[in-house]
Design a binder for this molecule. Structure first.
Ligand code: HEC
Length: 118
């Protein structure tokens, strides 16, 4: 998905993003309930518009959701984290306020916004 200027999420999520899911998370996408051990990755890259094409630029941020209900039961089993790059440099954030607060609106979909495409 490409979020462009004018979209309410542009400030934080403007760019091209890809979503990756492990096998367990795929089960969740298919049946609506994500098992413990599910990992979903939101990889956000700059969107560069040039010569009538939009291509991927530098990585902006990589967000991760991991489910472990015995530890994170207050937030539907999920913990959120965000990384500056793939070498694991973590962003210092209050994930309950800065991530879960918005995802909480998707309670009936187990806090996940995106859906699976066949
Ligand atoms: C203002 C609302 C909002 C906030 C805040 C937010 N997200 Fe999301 N997030 C979304 C939306 C909307 C999507 C779906 C994007 C799509 O469908 O491609 C999403 C998708 C995701 C996904 C892929 C799984 C899913 O739910 O579709 C992950 C992982 C994720 N976000 C992590 C994070 C992390 C980590 C943070 C905090 C740093 C965060 N999010 C903060 C709205 C938000």
């Amino acid at each position: 998905m490409v979020l462009q200027k004018g979209h309410p999420l542009f400030a934080n999520f403007g760019g091209i993003h890809h979503i990756y899911a492990n096998e367990k998370a795929l089960e969740g996408y298919k049946n609506g309930s994500f098992p413990d051990g599910s990992v979903i990755v939101f990889d956000l890259l700059e969107a560069i518009e040039k010569d009538n094409a939009i291509t991927e630029g530098n990585r902006k941020v990589t967000g991760v959701m991991y489910k472990n209900s015995s530890v994170f039961n207050e937030t539907g089993g999920w913990v959120f984290g965000a990384y500056k790059n793939l070498s694991g440099e973590k962003l210092d954030l209050d994930w309950k306020a800065q991530c879960f607060s918005c995802h909480a609106a998707r309670k009936e979909h187990d806090y996940v916004f995106s859906s699976y495409r066949e």
